[in-house]
Design a protein around this ligand. Structure first.
Ligand SMILES: NC(=O)c1ccc[n+]([C@@H]2O[C@H](COP(=O)([O-])OP(=O)(O)OC[C@H]3O[C@@H](n4cnc5c(N)ncnc54)[C@H](OP(=O)(O)O)[C@@H]3O)[C@@H](O)[C@H]2O)c1
Length: 381
């Protein structure tokens, strides 16, 4: 690497499907990005649930490639030479570091708080921290060093659109969305006349659901997205304010996965009749989240077959913002809302957005300010 390049330290927490795609994309783009901007994306720490690889001067390309190889063979970081204890991540946080959370862990808030106190920035694809109780997490919203675009709609510009609407003085009145690729697939299969139990089995075998499909069918993941949208819109709702209608009865919530899969046939006639009734009225069933300043609801809704909602297929997401300015026709963001590559692109976009915000400060301050704001950016020779 040539002189006069400033290195941007990145701590990557989680190296599953999305984490690996983030790391691959960083390795793919960083040379050109450095040539264009003089800034070099440098992972200094990569962690899974078993351990961390850390080098304060930056993990070499060889080490990063060996992590990618090991993880793609289901080997954990703790098995790699030079791996350290997971608990040591907190000690690695230097000013200017960008912490990227691509886990599904609910235990990251302490790390984030310490990170922000140390002058770090945070990027999340993980919904859980931003969907916890408001009192515990309000400080993450509107913080200039925090981004969480990929938590809703993967790589689609959902959060940034909402932020821009607010920043330009618009008033958001409601947000509606189809935001689960898995439940979108299920609805489209039921619409085709496929039995609920067959559609659930199919979604599971294609890897569209979690190993326990109830994690998706419960609607909790969609409810978290609805809550994140509400909070970004400026409504500090609690999780309890979102009413959730799961796509299975409460009586099946505590049986084991195999018993649940067997019991799904008992739900075929119920979902079959709901579908027939909807179709008889020119409608189709879609799993829709709706939020307004006072609360929200997540569940199955009959929508006109000929509408944009009715046309949704596969992993397509559709999020509609009704506002003071977008009143008669809502502003819509739509496209693929799941998958490791597009989610990673959303994460990388957030990393670039944080860097651009700092570059703007640097530019406005005539070049010196970047050192004050991003003390961890350092010249590498
Ligand atoms: N896939 C998508 O389309 C998509 C879209 C939007 C958002 N997301 C979100 O992105 C996140 C990652 O998704 P994914 O599909 O990559 O999940 P994944 O394949 O299950 O990977 C999760 C990773 O996090 C690690 N991890 C878990 N707890 C940890 C901890 N306490 N400390 C350090 N590492 C920890 C896991 O380590 P081990 O392997 O050792 O368990 C694993 O490497 C999730 O929150 C998901 O909801 C995903």
């Amino acid at each position: 690497m040539e002189t006069n390049v400033t290195s941007i330290p990145i701590v990557l927490i989680g190296i599953g499907n999305v984490g690996r795609a983030v790391l691959r994309q960083i390795l793919d783009v960083r040379k050109h990005y450095a040539e264009r901007t003089g800034l070099y994306l440098q992972p200094v720490c990569v962690s899974d649930s078993t351990g961390v690889m850390y080098n304060p001067d930056g993990l070499s390309e060889d080490v990063l490639q060996s992590i990618l190889r090991a993880r793609s063979q289901s080997r954990r970081i703790v098995t790699l030479p030079g791996a350290q204890q997971k608990e040591s991540v907190q000690e690695m946080l230097k000013p200017g570091t960008i912490i990227v959370d691509v886990t599904a862990s609910g235990e990251m808030l302490k790390l984030f708080r310490t990170g922000l106190e140390h002058g770090c920035s945070i990027v999340l694809a993980n919904k859980k921290p931003v969907a916890a109780h408001w009192e515990d997490v309000h400080w993450l919203f509107d913080h200039p060093n925090v981004r969480y675009e990929a938590t809703v709609g993967a790589g689609l510009p959902v959060i940034s659109t909402l932020r821009q609407l607010r920043e330009t003085g618009d008033r958001i009145t409601a947000v509606e969305g189809c935001m689960s690729g898995t439940l979108g697939f299920l609805c489209a299969e039921i619409e085709r006349g496929v039995a609920y139990s067959t559609a659930v089995r199919e979604a599971k075998s294609l890897g569209y659901t979690e190993p326990d499909p109830r994690d998706d069918l419960s609607g909790q993941d969609v409810a978290r997205k609805a809550l994140i949208l509400a909070r970004t819109a400026g409504w500090p709702l609690e999780p309890e304010a979102i009413e959730v209608e799961p796509m299975f009865p409460q009586s099946l919530s505590s049986v084991d996965v195999e018993d649940f899969m067997e019991a799904t046939v008992k739900l075929d006639s119920m979902y079959g009749s709901e579908n027939q009734e909807a179709q008889a009225n020119g409608n189709v069933l879609r799993y829709i989240a709706r939020v307004s300043p006072t609360g929200g609801k997540v569940g199955l809704v009959a929508v006109p077959r000929e509408s944009a909602w009715g046309a949704l297929r596969g992993s397509a997401n559709f999020i509609a913002f009704s506002t003071m300015r977008y009143d008669a026709i809502p502003l819509v963001v739509s496209g693929p809302g799941a998958g490791a590559e597009v989610t990673a692109a959303g994460v990388l976009g957030d990393i670039m957005s944080l860097i651009n915000a700092e570059r703007k400060v640097e530019h406005e301050a005539g070049g010196n300010e970047i050192r004050r704001n991003l003390g961890g950016f350092y010249r590498i020779n």
